[in-house]
Design a protein around this ligand. Structure first.
Ligand code: B1M
Length: 211
């Protein structure tokens, strides 16, 4: 299976076609991680470029997201295969004002696949909801995602709210998403920045191991 063909199905917003080809690639023995990184994520990148050039609009973004989800559902068990020790309890969400779900969902899938118990709060999550979820679930880790530059202040407010709830900083906070940088993460007092979902997992394990 040619990964370019799968990528093009995502760009076309063809959910059925994307899922069918992803399944075919899995059946042919293609690693799920390659399908994810080299076809699906690349495809969303192309969609973003077309959107910037005003060749795609919000409906096309939504169709592409639907195609990505269709394939992710198939890949999920393969991305999570493995026998891991319980690693900790995490709360993950996209910060207030931001509706982007896919990158955050990938982080959830990868954390779960690495032994974390994850509460996924979804998108557009206010700071106080993160704090409430940490309290309710006794979580040691919070993962914050943002895709919009305009949502970065909400990320900062969320870190502040978590620190106010837990001044001893036992609850570790990791942040990520396209507009987030290591420098930004440092400036808002996050414990770490994950460039992608795998990096977020490595970081989470390290931070909780150190805790
Ligand atoms: Co929108 N959108 N969008 N969008 N969208 C972007 C983000 C944008 C870059 C497109 C562009 O202009 N090129 C741009 C943001 C510009 C900016 O602020 N810098 C943008 C815009 C402007 C908008 C709207 C304002 C458009 C409008 O309405 N005029 C609007 C905002 C709505 C809102 O949130 N309030 C909007 C809406 C949408 C849809 C809802 C239609 C849809 C999302 C559907 C969904 O999620 N269910 C959508 C989409 C699909 C995109 C693009 C095309 C794709 C995003 C995506 O899913 N990527 C995106 C362009 C792009 O990214 N190139 C774009 C694939 C995903 C796997 O990658 O989410 O980056 P990503 O996650 C990565 C890493 O970032 C990281 O790991 C993942 C990979 O492993 N990561 C973490 C993410 N979170 C992490 C957390 C971590 C660690 C790592 O630790 C906790």
């Amino acid at each position: 299976m040619d990964l370019e063909t799968i990528k093009q199905r995502v760009v076309d917003g063809d959910a059925k076609g994307t899922a069918a080809l992803a399944q075919q690639a899995l059946d042919e023995g293609m690693p799920a991680q390659s399908i994810l990184n080299d076809a699906l994520i690349h495809g969303m990148g192309v969609v973003g470029e077309l959107f910037e050039k005003n060749e795609y609009f919000v409906p096309e973004l939504l169709l592409a997201a639907r195609a990505m989800y269709a394939a992710l559902d198939l890949l999920r068990p393969h991305l999570q295969a493995g026998d891991f020790e319980a690693a900790g309890k995490a709360v993950v969400g996209t910060v207030q004002g931001d509706l982007h779900d896919i990158g955050k969902k990938l982080v959830v899938i990868m954390l779960e696949g690495n032994g974390f118990e994850v509460v996924d709060l979804g998108t557009d999550v206010p700071p106080e909801r993160f704090v409430e979820a940490v309290r309710e679930n006794g979580s040691q880790l919070v993962g914050l995602s943002a895709l919009l530059t305009s949502a970065l202040p909400a990320m900062e407010q969320t870190v502040r709210a978590i620190r106010e709830y837990d001044p001893s900083m036992k609850v570790k906070v990791i942040v990520g998403g396209a507009p987030v940088t290591q420098a930004f993460a440092d400036s808002i007092g996050a414990d770490g920045f994950g460039r992608d979902a795998s990096a977020a997992v490595t970081l989470a394990r390290r931070l909780l191991g150190d805790a």
